[in-house]
Design a protein around this ligand. Structure first.
Ligand code: ZN
Length: 340
């Protein structure tokens, strides 16, 4: 019980990409880049295991961005001519590629790093993909003219990709949907249906990560407008609890999400964020344990997986792994209490 895991991304080594930034430029090209990405994936899995993480992720070492990494392997998208678009309901502007034709995968997108991650541990391993709603909110549409239709097309491609990852031995496939708490009406109309299409027919563990975003300034400013209690999940969680998605990942540490909201996820595994990815202070094991204990009032330890609040891609690398070691140590404290 209380198996530890991570939300997804981890910092890349400086020999692979420029450190401590989003959309960091690669420092290798061609075959050397492909080899460096696979090596970094192997290393990320091993370093997570070394930090005591029970279910490591691929660390998203082979993608420049959690959404655009998958999109780079899809036909029908113009990456040359990016346009500025307000994303997450105009919370901030991003340079996004454009959908200009029918969408199709060029081939397996993430197989190489999935194989590297699989080979790097005898234990369970997790792989993350962007969710369809978040993709639709991070790309400009010049072809479909209908967000729902485009989301279902992306969901079909994601499903093909996910089935390949499962066949390669990936134990958990997680879809990242930070857009879910921005468009709370549309989530129920087409966000969750598209997510379920992406996860259709998978027999591995399926997960969805929802969150209020990385610790970048635009997100921190937006969070200030949300009031003292963030209750957006109240509308989404009952629908997720009824769905076949097995795990839900969300932030709890230092967040204004009232922890009792996880009680709405009856029957679902909950990945409880115990590590604040917006802070450069390493949590103490006791602080992690306190967050786990708070969450255990609403979710039994068998269904609770201590986790990070969100991806750690833009963080200093040593800091990120120190936080993962604290996460493991905190979970061990609570496990020892439960064993008494
Ligand atoms: Zn997140």
């Amino acid at each position: 019980m209380l198996r530890t895991t991570v939300a997804g991304s981890l910092p890349k080594p400086a020999w692979l990409a420029a450190p401590q930034m989003l959309w960091a430029p690669w420092r290798q090209t061609g075959d050397a880049l492909a080899e460096a990405q696979a090596d970094a994936t192997t290393l990320a899995v091993r370093l997570q295991r070394q930090a005591g993480i029970d279910i490591p992720s691929d660390g998203e070492q082979a993608r420049q961005h959690f959404v655009h990494g998958f999109l780079a392997g899809v036909d029908g998208i113009d990456f040359e001519n990016k346009v500025t678009m307000g994303i997450r309901n105009n919370r901030y502007d991003a340079q996004v590629p454009q959908v200009i034709g029918a969408l199709a995968r060029k081939g397996p997108v993430h197989s190489r790093e999935a194989k590297a991650a699989r080979a790097a541990t005898d234990g369970k391993v997790k792989f993350t993909l962007p969710g369809p709603m978040t993709i639709v909110d991070t790309i400009a549409d010049r072809h479909y003219g209908d967000r729902t239709k485009m989301a279902m097309e992306f969901a079909r491609l994601l499903n093909d990709e996910a089935k390949e990852l499962e066949a390669l031995g990936i134990d958990t496939i997680q879809f990242d949907e930070p857009a879910f708490n921005v468009f709370t009406d549309e989530v129920l109309d087409w966000g969750i249906p598209a997510l379920l299409r992406a996860a259709e027919g998978l027999s591995c563990t399926t997960a969805v990560h929802v969150c209020y975003g990385y610790g970048i300034k635009a997100n921190i400013d937006w969070k200030k407008t949300l009031g003292d209690e963030w209750r957006q999940y109240e509308r989404i969680f009952p629908a997720l609890a009824k769905s076949p998605i097995r795990q839900v990942s969300l932030e709890v540490a230092n967040s204004k999400v009232p922890v009792e909201i996880i009680g709405l996820l009856a029957g679902t595994d909950v990945l409880v964020g115990c590590i604040d990815v917006a802070s450069d202070t390493v949590e103490t094991p006791e602080e992690v344990a306190a967050t786990i204990r708070r969450a255990m009032k609403y979710v039994p330890p068998q269904r609770l997986l201590p986790c990070t609040n969100c991806g750690m891609a833009p963080m200093a690398r040593g800091l990120a792994y120190a936080k993962l070691a604290a996460l493991s140590a905190g979970a061990a404290l609570v496990r020892a209490e439960l064993a008494r």
